[in-house]
Design a protein around this ligand. Sequence first.
Ligand code: HEM
Length: 511
Amino acid sequence: MPSVLNHFTAACWRSFQGDRLNKRIFVLRALHKSAASEAFGISAGGDQPERMIAPADVGEKTAVKTLKEMPGPSILSNLIEFFWRDGFSRIHEIQIEHRKKYGRIFKSHFGPQLVVSVADRDLVAEVLRAEGVAPQRGNMDSWKEYRDLRGRSTGLISAEGEDWLKMRSVLRQLIMRPRDVAVFSDDVSKVVDDLVKRICILRSQEPDGATVPNVNDLFFKYAMEGVAAILYECRLGCLENEIPQETQDYIDALHLMFSSFKTTMYAGAIPKWLRPVLPKPWEEFCLSWDGLFKFSVIHVDKRLTEIKAQLEKGEEVKGGLLTHMLITQEMNLEEIYANLTEMLLAGVDTTSFTLSWASYLLAKHPQIQQQIFTEVTRTLGPRTVATADDVPQLPLIRGLVKETLRLFPVLPGNGRVTQDDLVVGGYFIPKGTQLALCHYSTSLEEENFADALDFRPDRWIRKDATDRVDNFGSIPFGHGIRSCIGRRIAELEMHLALTRFQYNWETIKLM
Ligand code: HEM
């Protein structure tokens, strides 16, 4: 697996997801009120999977083996797989193939970089449980190089060590718990209103009056509008007929970032001295970062000017996340720019692809749609709009998101650089080794999930209060101290949008 597994190494997988999804067209069928009466008997409450998981097998008795003894593809076959057969677009398939061929832990070479892949739930748990205070995900040299070049700060994704710890402790207090983000429920709900309006407009423009073309693009704009409403405390106009130029420029920069990423990755494996001969990937990389930073600077500065004006007039300053960050100054201005840039970047296509896959899975499973519809109407009663407070009473909506992310994790894998010598799966792994945690393959293993290929949102419903287990088989947001900081924001956006779809349309169909 590739050496850097983070939001960006997954961009190729995402573009693959996009290709698959763009071929799908969705139809939202008008609601039949009569269907609301059917009750669906499920236990409310938890959000854990149905299987009990055994603790990690740490008591290995056999002698510790060296990396030399570890199986894995040869350097040549790996080169062919990734550089000739476009392996970066098939990371998920390669994970499964290699897991079958080499077992639960294996090594690969990417040019000079050795990567140890961990493709087993219990071994993944061992690695993550052994983490120190500031885990490192992977080699972020190209990100850091850009920031040094332009005099910019690192943000949460690109920072390491003390810098990361400081920023993480600030942001953790603001957005890590469901109750922290519940305060944004009304803001997100307004974005969902606009999404629904946009869907109605798009449907009315189609000959059948029901088809929604290019759902991916629609959800991309929804996710961007939603996350920006929280991060920048303002609306961007992504869901309007005429998208403001400033917002369009940002969308273009994002697309450039994702589209150029694959080339950048290949280029990352090529030595720096080759840049004069192959300048395009690095130039595009810098150009897209310029666009992303520019957008954050505009919005952060705008809010800063407003705050200063209010303070000068002696007015009380009220606001959300950005206001809090600007007033408390726990981070300096450059750090605020960098973090908002990286969070917006990380928070758009992750959420939008998951929404697209969730809609696709619902379209393929009308019976499950019906069950979810019943849950939603029963929970909301006469109300038409759910809030964050309703989400605990919507276990199937939560299960839908979890099951979608299990079957189609936005990031098929994740990375860690070991910060101490470790023994994993009977092998000695020296400090500084790049690990690839193969979440896609563990998510689809029968041992971890019965009937693993089946779409069953109800597998995540807890049977009772004691049915609480840790399942490292599917950890789409990562785990532990370096896990996704935007998880609760993403979940809020997805839960509220999916609940509203169920309420507004009886069925989502595939054309
Ligand atoms: C379905 C949506 C999303 C998925 C599946 C997802 C997944 C992930 C994963 C797997 C990681 C790496 C965790 C680890 O290394 O253990 C991560 C990190 C991160 N995510 Fe997300 N993410 C999503 C949405 C978001 C959103 C909405 C935001 C911002 C508002 C965001 C911001 C970040 C940031 C800043 C990091 C780096 C955290 C750090 O290094 O401390 N993500 N995400």
